[in-house]
Write a protein that binds this ligand. Sequence first.
Ligand code: PEP
Ligand code: MN
Length: 443
Amino acid sequence: MSIPDLATLHALGAAQQPTYPDSEAVDAAVSKLRTLPPLVFAGECDELKDKIAAVSRGEAFLLQGGDCAETFAGVTADNVRNKLRVLLQMAVVLTYAASVPVVKVGRLAGQYAKPRSSDMETRDGVTLPAYRGDAVNGFDFTPESRVPDPQRLVDVYNSSAATLNLIRAFVTGGYADLRQVHTWNTDFVKESPVGQRYEAVASEIERALTFMQAIGADPVEFHRVDFHSSHEALVLEYEHAMTRIDSRTQMPYDVSGHMVWIGERTRQLDQAHVELLSHIRNPIGVKLGPTTTPDDALALAARLNPLNEAGRLTFITRFGAGRIRDGLPDLVEKVTAEGLQVAWVCDPMHGNTFEASSGYKTRRFDDVIDEVQGFFDVHRSLGTWPGGLHVELTGDDVTECVGGGEDLLEVDLGNRYESVCDPRLNRVQSLELAFLVAEMLRK
Ligand code: PEP
Ligand code: MN
């Protein structure tokens, strides 16, 4: 099976692409990328697809999370470990409290390109091109830094490789061993009630593990976890250069990450992103916002999953707390009535963003919870499976979203606002979310 070339894709129309000043430099970066080894293996993508198939059958829950936008400067051991740690803690809470297998996927090792609502950004009367993620240009507000530089695509590859290398070492090299459940929490318990609640779960798990060991059971699952990478497939040059024919199956895979998704702004049926992703064999996601009609969803499924394979397609809905209860039922009903195999996942972040009076982009923790609750309510009432959660979070104690148990206020946002794009849940808020979702799953 062949895939269309880059010129053909661009001719279809492609939203949210950088305008590079120098096409020779683009060709050089793409040629370089084509020579580099895969970041993930096709077989690993197939394994994730099988796990997402279980999600679509109602037998597992997907936890997908990480930064809105990774940065090259953020590729440090501490930063990557902290994100992995909060995801592992959330997964433990969800698995233990709800007795559901949790499929763990990071918005990680590739999440460097951002769609923007405006091409330009104005500050103090100065207007420059918007920051489109480290994959494209620099965050510094200077004319030089905002020029798109294709060499950055090679930097994306290298940063993703370094991140994945560390993650693979963490998840197979002992850090993710279930007997570490307490140590993931050590710097955290004393100050926070949710840390203490986590501690109680960790103690119960430890008792269960000790019992299992006493009777001679020590399966490999106790010592390692499966963890997968994902990002928005946005910059065509990068995703195309990383799409390779798998020698085992002769099928194309985008080997830049295990799962890739199409964003709300680039899901036009006849344009380049849908076309490219229709050719690759990875599990893929599509973000669906509040303007999505049932016919849009059916048409996307027909284009992206014509064989109706379970695990291939995940619909990530992001309606906003105020719209999900009215908007989602029609979509789920019609997709279900057609017999389509999809995993339904809730992104409770992107429909709930607003600007605080201080100018910071933020989200209310209560809105996030309310959208997740609405998502569960809709699926429960239709008899469909609320298959997972897609969240922007970080393992650090940032102050980007308001509310939660620490009751972060708008005036606190400036204390530690580090996101270069959308506001993320901090570690405490993420763990609180996991406990609340575990309760929703149990009911
Ligand atoms: C994102 O996931 O950061 C994003 C831009 O989402 P959406 O495409 O849903 O707006
Ligand atoms: Mn975002």
